[in-house]
Write a protein that binds this ligand. Structure first.
Ligand SMILES: [Mg+2]
Length: 424
């Protein structure tokens, strides 16, 4: 069974993977190594490394150094913003993933490193130099990579504004203009009936054609959130929504393989799209056992922070869909490298993201990756930001539009910055 499923998956994504590799290559001829040009159902470690290492950023048109002069963390209501400025007055901002406990890493390890550096060297030199700087590699993990991401996103916003290109265009861009999404429920305190009511509300509010709900008890050693909730919810969701709504299930590390396979079979019965994080997220061998046993695609990787472990997951097909979190994994460049490796192996990359402004970064990411799976994660919030963009961001037929303006696409960052204050 597993061989058939995986072969089908590989065959169905092979053509798309080739396009993806081409689309994320810079269009210039500045001596960069070309992107790998073929999909390989069983790529070697060397081939995966080569795919990940191929240059991504196209900085055509930025002919003078963009020297970073200041980086500052700012508060805007409940949100935090990172602002970067160049010596010549170029500017960019990013939104954090709301993890203020990573601030010390940002201020102690990351900001001082970037001051005085040429932002154009971000991909080719700076990210690896930052990793080595003051032995930062010893801090490798979600805290370090999140803080790096805040700065990377702000620098990409600045470079995009200088080049007159959107962030996705800096990476090739243009793969798609709209992004079908699932709306995600974050609840486990609900009975199946309450949860289906809640999902119905989310669908009505957002126009989603797909949902994701939580299974199991969250890192719970097979305990359900309440007796019978998981099986009851999966079946009731399908019965209530019929075939009109696609279903995703996320176990948040709840199960060992036997229990995960049992739950996975129920998801297969209702024809769910994927089964996310069935086993403890870093138990890659158990996750692979589940993926091998089931026909439903297993998705995972939102808490992965090592490029070589992602490479292992892809090389060994521990999952069927990789899910780097754009913040937790260290930003667009690192996450696109995972997508490059996945594409070579014929696997979709469906990025993970926290709420707030985060979905905008997913829109840029999926605009330059061919095979991103059927739906992207959306946790609501477009109403707070849509009018900052020109044209305004919108949802149509269960899909989000992609920003087209320079940088992240916010047309007036001064207006956003005018509502911020320095963090004391
Ligand atoms: Mg998840």
């Amino acid at each position: 069974m597993q061989t058939t499923r995986r072969n089908i998956l590989k065959l169905s994504t092979a053509a798309g993977a080739l396009t993806a590799l081409q689309n994320c290559a810079p269009s210039d001829s500045s001596g960069s190594a070309p992107a790998p040009s073929a999909t390989n159902a069983n790529p070697t470690i060397e081939q995966l490394d080569q795919a990940a290492a191929a240059p991504l950023l196209n900085l055509d048109g930025i002919t003078s150094p963009v020297i970073i002069d200041s980086i500052q963390l700012l508060q805007r209501g409940k949100e935090q913003i990172v602002q970067v400025r160049s010596k010549d007055g170029a500017e960019g901002i990013s939104f954090t993933n709301g993890r203020p406990n990573f601030r010390a890493v940002l201020e102690d390890r990351i900001i001082p490193f970037f001051i005085g550096k040429d932002a154009r060297l971000l991909e080719s030199e700076l990210l690896f130099a930052l990793y080595r700087h003051r032995s930062n590699y010893k801090l490798q993990g979600l805290g370090f990579w999140s803080a790096q991401t805040w700065v990377e996103f702000a620098i990409l916003d600045m470079l995009g504004r200088v080049a007159g290109k959107s962030i996705s265009e800096l990476f090739g861009g243009g793969v798609r203009k709209e992004v079908p999404f699932y709306v995600a429920s974050g609840r486990r305190d609900s009975t199946p009936e309450e949860e289906v009511d809640y999902l119905t509300q989310l669908i009505e509010e957002t126009g989603a054609k797909s949902v994701k709900f939580r299974l199991g008890g969250r890192m719970s050693r097979n305990q359900d959130a309440m007796p019978g909730r998981t099986e009851g919810l999966i079946r009731l969701a399908r019965k209530t929504f019929g075939d009109a709504i696609d279903i995703h299930g996320d176990a948040n590390s709840s199960y060992d393989p036997p229990e995960a396979i049992k739950v996975g079979r129920i998801l297969e019965e209702v024809n769910a799209v994927f089964f996310e994080e069935p086993c403890p997220f870093d138990h890659l061998e158990d996750t692979k056992k589940v993926a091998d046993a089931l026909t439903i695609p297993v998705a995972g990787g939102e808490q992965e922070f090592s490029d070589r472990r992602f490479r292992w997951m892809i090389h060994n097909r521990a999952v069927d869909i990789v899910q780097p979190d754009l913040h937790y994994y260290g930003g667009m460049i690192r996450s696109l490298r995972v997508a490059r490796m996945a594409a070579l192996a014929g696997m979709p990359t469906t990025p993970h993201i926290s709420g707030g402004f985060g979905f905008v970064y997913v829109l840029h990411f999926v605009a330059c990756v061919d095979d991103v799976g059927s739906y992207q994660e959306y946790k609501r919030g477009i109403e707070r930001y849509k009018d900052w963009f020109e044209p305004a961001l919108e949802i149509k037929d269960g899909a989000l539009s992609i920003p087209t303006g320079p940088g992240v696409g916010i047309k007036d960052i001064k207006a956003v910055l005018s509502e911020t204050k320095p963090i004391a």
